[in-house]
Design a protein around this ligand. Structure first.
Ligand code: AMP
Length: 202
């Protein structure tokens, strides 16, 4: 299966993509995560763009994505999470691979702001928590799984988020017109959204 998950910030698409990838034996490719792992010369520039809520260049993200798609772990199928984000990226993707399904996880802007302001991630293992919604960590600021420190992403502040939502509505939503997509209501519990996604994929 070759899938794309689309949804605004805080829709839970990363959480769902991870779970669905595990269930179906697919590789989960989050371009945001790949960019956060960039080091060397590029790091300062990439960090600056991301903390403003802007997109990095199509050329850079396509290069990083291609490398990942060619790796052995992604040979039996994948879920793209955060890519493509505009029409130019849709066209680049078409040159690299075909896509079977596009799943849209929909939430309102108000819900996005509410969820993102509470989002915290473990700096050590990457587990995601939410102090405004759920799952909340058992001990404030500490990861339940590995004891790592919980931190807020630099671009999870209100100003950057408003910019990211604007980019989402202006550019990313338009990619839905390029594919046949299925929509799942993202304002339900994590479990219900998961069941909804499994249902559309089965
Ligand atoms: P995300 O984790 O998907 O919210 O992505 C975080 C940030 O990474 C975005 O705000 C962009 O700055 C950058 N980014 C992620 N995916 C892409 C992409 N496909 N094209 C350009 N920039 C991206």
């Amino acid at each position: 299966m070759k899938l794309i998950f689309v949804g605004p910030q805080g829709s839970g698409k990363g959480t769902q993509a991870k779970r669905i990838a595990r269930k179906f034996g697919l590789c989960h490719i989050s371009t945001g995560d790949l960019l956060r792992e960039v080091d060397g010369e590029l790091k300062t520039e990439v960090d600056k763009i991301m903390s403003r809520g802007d997109l990095v260049s199509d050329e850079l993200i396509v290069r990083i994505l291609k490398e990942k798609l060619e790796s052995d772990e992604c040979k039996s199928g994948f879920i793209l999470d955060g890519f493509p984000r505009n029409v130019a990226q849709v066209e680049e993707l078409a040159k690299i691979t075909e896509i079977d399904r596009v799943v849209e996880i929909a939430i309102s802007d108000e819900e996005s702001v509410r969820r993102i302001s509470g989002r915290r991630g473990c700096g050590k293992c990457g587990a995601i928590y939410n102090i405004a919604t759920a799952p909340k960590p058992k001990v404030e600021g500490v990861c339940d799984d590995c004891g790592g420190e919980l931190i807020q992403r630099k671009d999870d502040n209100e100003e950057a988020l408003r910019e990211r939502l604007k980019v989402y509505h202006e550019d990313t939503e338009s990619i839905l017109e390029r594919y046949t997509s299925v929509r799942v209501d993202g304002e339900q519990s994590i479990e219900k959204v998961f069941e909804g996604v499994v249902e559309v994929l089965d």
